[in-house]
Design a protein around this ligand. Structure first.
Ligand code: ADP
Length: 577
């Protein structure tokens, strides 16, 4: 789609989505513009015919006048108020929404990790409504200017003095356009940080989990204080911007008055001096009435232009997010996954989360990844699963670089329980079924539910989540649902990232034994900082600072000095004490 974050880019984008709507808009605008000019001509014609007493021609001109009135009304009532409102914009929005969904599917997972990704997507979703309006504003501005030029040129052939009115009527809106554009840009740059801060303070005050803690610590007072500080800075900036706009309007007022009303005086003076006849004088006055109404709407549209431009920009920031473009197909893992000198850094981070990792996982092998918090376990798991592409080095599935394989194919045989598992606000059954949408095996869903949620007495049809009047589960119960979903999905390759972190020790042991059965003969990675889970693994790697610092079986690793033994001693000591 190229670079669209400029005004011309908005046009190109909107055109690529709905060319027919834009041709229609241009045609209607053109017809309306032509109708205005013809009605000025018809006014002059009508008056000349009245003076000359030609009744038949007068009737035809009146008929033409009536047609012009119908066209103008059709434009403002049928097209602008009905068709645009109820058809064109809705169609356009649906098309943009589908593109938005398609893009979200293709955005690389790494892009989602950047601090602003979530906000960018939300803003882009809101911006889609304004894309059409923004382009419409520009088309209307263009049409109003065209109308001004054509009408002025037409009346100037009555007398050249009328030409003077063109700069008077077009200059104020053009100066406003340029000045207000730069003013709004500076304003938004100045308040951007403030708005983010405000949103975070409000979130901290009303967020379900954070607000309980905030109440106990009386943090709400401090949050409100900070929110007030940001807000008053923003209000001040807003006030200064509005004052500047007001002063500009004041400065441009003489020009505007001349543009809007000069037409009457020039027409009357020229009539008085005998340079134009009554018909031309009346036609010129009609022309300027239509021009001043066009210009008053032009001035308000120009005021809107900068705001709409700001509102549509997030859409293009979202559009510029990096996409995964692997296209090659891949059927099934037959031999091994190999990481060849892999490093990974999160967006906008200089520090490497993974640093020069080389590793091979054979098909059918279970690998445990252990290490301190922040050592890179989850990142490594995501890289092995092909969710993140390495920033350096390669991940090879049976020798094939995963950067070249389509993401859909990579995950085809994979299943995972992630640390940040999904909590779908649907029934328990749907929460499990969504793991493998095509399978539709009610018996197996029941089995999985019994295996992972047997002690919770939760019916399959029970709605989960408070949002739709359902029951909310505890963190551990949600995690059990996530496990049931992952194993219902099936596949050859499993990643369990702290899959029992929220589950009580008694249930945890039962879950480990289920995992053992499920993982039998499968390839898998188990991420844990609780060493009880490593008993399932054939091999263990220990990470520290994004690097592999130890590798071996449990027995090998506890028989040598090193971080694993230290970890083991610390955990077993805690139990012994
Ligand atoms: P672990 O799973 O071992 O706790 P992670 O793989 O989650 O560690 O994180 C490894 C490092 O990457 C940490 O230093 C963490 O701060 C950093 N990190 C994790 N996620 C992000 C992110 N979205 N953006 C920036 N840095 C991140």
């Amino acid at each position: 789609m190229g670079k669209n974050d400029n005004k011309w880019g908005c046009f190109r984008f909107a055109w690529s989505i709905a060319p027919a709507s834009f041709i229609e808009m241009l045609l209607w605008g053109g017809v309306y513009c032509a109708a205005t000019v013809v009605s000025v001509w018809a006014t002059k014609q009508l008056l000349s015919l009245v003076v000359a007493g030609y009744s038949k021609k007068m009737f035809l001109t009146l008929l033409l006048y009536a047609v012009l009135v119908v066209i103008s009304t059709a434009y403002s009532v049928f097209y602008k108020r009905y068709r645009v409102q109820f058809k064109v914009i809705l169609d356009f929005e649906h098309k943009v929404k589908s593109l938005l969904f398609r893009k979200i599917k293709q955005i690389s997972n790494e892009s989602f990790e950047s601090a602003s990704a979530d906000r960018t997507i939300k803003l882009a979703d809101r911006a889609k409504q304004n894309l059409f309006r923004y382009v419409e504003i520009w088309i209307s501005i263009g049409m109003a200017l065209l109308q001004a030029i054509v009408v002025t040129l037409y009346v100037s052939h009555f007398n050249l003095w009328f030409l003077l009115l063109l700069p008077f009527s077009t200059l104020p809106p053009l100066i406003s356009l340029l000045y207000q554009g730069s003013l709004w840009k500076k304003y938004y740059q100045a308040i951007e940080q403030c708005m983010r801060e405000e949103a975070e303070y409000v979130k901290a005050m009303i967020d379900e989990t954070a607000c309980k803690e905030s109440r106990i610590t009386y943090a709400i007072e401090m949050l409100m204080e900070k929110w007030r500080g940001s807000r008053s800075y923003r209000d001040n900036m807003e006030k200064r911007k509005s004052q500047k706009i007001f002063l500009l309007k004041l400065a441009l007022m003489p020009l505007e008055i001349l543009g809007n009303h000069g037409g009457y005086f020039v027409s009357l003076i020229l009539l008085y001096c005998g340079d134009i006849d009554y018909a031309s004088c009346t036609a010129a006055i009609v022309a300027y009435v239509s021009l001043s109404s066009a210009f008053s709407s032009l001035v308000s549209m120009i005021g809107n232009e900068s705001q709409y431009y700001k509102m549509v920009q997030p859409f293009f920031s979202f559009w510029a997010l990096q996409e995964r473009d692997g296209v090659e197909s891949f059927s099934k893992l037959n031999n091994e996954i190999k990481l060849d000198h892999v490093s990974f850094s999160y967006p906008n981070q200089e520090r490497k989360a993974l640093d020069d990792i080389s590793l091979t996982i054979k098909k059918g092998e279970i690998l445990a990844i252990v290490g301190k918090n922040g050592s890179g376990k989850t990142t490594l798991s995501n890289v092995i699963m092909g969710l993140f592409l390495p920033t350096a080095g390669k991940v090879l599935y049976d020798g094939k670089d995963i950067a070249k394989i389509s993401e859909e194919r990579i995950h085809q045989e994979q299943s995972m329980v992630s640390q940040s598992f999904a909590r779908y606000k649907m029934t328990v059954k749907d929460n499990i079924a969504i793991g493998n949408f095509e399978k539709k095996d009610d018996e197996e869903i029941e089995e999985r539910k019994l295996a992972y949620l047997s002690d919770s007495n939760i019916p399959l049809e029970m709605m989960l989540g408070k949002e739709f009047g359902g029951k909310d589960l505890s963190g551990g119960q949600w995690q059990q649902v996530a496990c049931a979903r992952a194993f219902y999905r099936g596949g050859d390759f499993y990643a369990l990232d702290e899959a029992t972190a929220a589950i009580d020790p008694l249930k945890e042991e039962a879950m480990y034994s289920s995992f053992r059965k499920e993982l039998n003969g499968k390839t898998g990675i188990i991420i844990t900082h609780r060493l009880g889970a490593v008993s399932m693994a054939d091999r263990i790697i220990v990470l520290d600072g994004g690097r592999i610092v130890q590798e071996g079986t449990h027995l090998e690793l506890i028989s040598m000095e090193g971080p694993y033994l230290h970890l083991w001693n610390t955990q077993t000591k805690a139990f012994r004490e």
